[in-house]
Write a protein that binds this ligand. Structure first.
Ligand code: AMP
Length: 349
């Protein structure tokens, strides 16, 4: 087993990560860190969350940053606010003993003014969601003309969320001779296209196997406050106008309540749960099978007898009690060679 010193990590960073309890590099770190600290520039790493990928790109990023220069030298782009904050926190803790490095997280859904202010002090590393970064670039608050490193984290998620144009725009505005690091849980045609357009002579690293689990199912989650769950659901449904899917709820009461709200808000939805008569349930299932109903709001039990193989989405309105139900629910999409998406709306509690 190698040490971080053998991978070429500097003393300041080693001190910080030792305090975090990192004793030995994780596999993705063992591959990515020495490569990027050497002559290698571009990397595609297929790695899921939990594999140590943040340190794999974060440590070389910090090693390559000049703390005496206040220009923005790196941008890390990630799909969600939570991930931005998480990455920025991790980078800050790795950089604890490096003087003068300023890392700023910017993301949508919150006031842009404070973020503009934070960037004014000079941020060598910006961790951003794509849309907000573009917005800040347009306002002249984020200046990316001196960027040497671009990291795309959870690139597959960003493409799923429709950030493809924003990513292209960011790449069009950073210097051509930058380094590009792309992290993704899965490899898809779209990821290959980005690699072709924006990476040069890249090294491809696979941690675990490619496209693990149900091959045709994409897994996405949104972390929201409990009171915003329904709002998040509406946003998701609005985002996929051609959605044909099941929204799984945990209880009969919740199922009825979510269906009622959706119907009231003008969506093509119907509830399916055990408090309805058998006749009602049969009619509901039939309408859903015939695509007359677009969204079925159901409990696990009620949806058991329903066999449809062309669902575009499964939405978990809250996580199910165990992994088995999750696998079972998401296995209802991505069938018969089709692509499907399993979305979970999780609340912060
Ligand atoms: P990530 O995949 O970046 O989300 O990291 C997963 C978790 O592993 C985080 O909590 C990290 O702090 C932790 N971690 C990363 N690298 C190491 C390491 N070399 N040794 C121990 N823990 C680590």
């Amino acid at each position: 087993m190698k040490t971080f010193e053998e991978l070429g990590v500097s003393e300041e960073i080693r001190r910080a990560i030792e305090e975090l309890g990192f004793e030995h590099p994780m596999p993705v770190q063992e591959e990515v860190i020495p490569y990027l600290l050497g002559n290698g520039n571009d990397v595609i790493a297929l790695a899921q969350t939990g594999t140590g990928k943040t340190a794999a790109f974060g440590i070389p990023l910090l090693e390559r940053t000049d703390p005496t220069n206040r220009n923005t030298q790196a941008v890390v782009i990630s799909p969600t606010r939570e991930l931005c904050l998480q990455i920025a926190d991790d980078l800050k803790s790795f950089a604890k003993y490096i003087k003068g490095i300023n890392i700023v997280a910017v993301y949508g859904g919150t006031s842009i003014i404070d973020q503009i202010h934070a960037l004014k002090h000079g941020a060598q590393i910006i961790v951003a969601t794509p849309g907000r970064l573009i917005d800040l670039m347009h306002r002249g608050a984020a200046k990316v003309q001196n960027v040497r490193n671009v990291v795309l984290d959870e690139a597959d998620e960003m493409l799923n969320m429709g950030f493809s144009d924003s990513i292209n725009e960011i790449f069009d505005n950073v210097p051509a001779d930058r380094n590009t690091l792309l992290f993704s849980a899965t490899m898809s045609k779209d990821i290959e296209r980005i690699a072709l357009n924006y990476l040069h002579d890249h090294k491809e690293i696979v941690v675990g196997s490619r496209n693990e689990g149900a091959e045709n199912v994409n897994h996405i989650y949104y972390m929201v406050n409990a009171k915003d769950k329904y709002l998040a659901l509406k946003r998701i449904v609005d985002f996929y106008p051609r959605i044909y899917g099941i929204i799984f709820c945990r209880t009969k009461a919740e199922t009825q309540e979510v269906a009622d709200k959706l119907i009231r808000d003008g969506y093509n939805a119907e509830p399916l749960h055990g408090d309805l008569s058998q006749q009602q349930r049969d009619i509901t299932m039939q309408k859903f099978r015939q695509h007359i109903t677009q969204l079925l709001v159901a409990t696990d039990v009620a949806a058991r007898g329903l066999d449809v193989d062309d669902l575009t989405h499964v939405i978990n309105y809250g996580m199910p009690g165990d992994t088995e139900s999750y696998t079972h629910r998401s296995g209802r999409t991505g069938r018969a060679g089709k692509k499907g998406t399993s979305i979970s709306i999780i609340h912060t509690k």
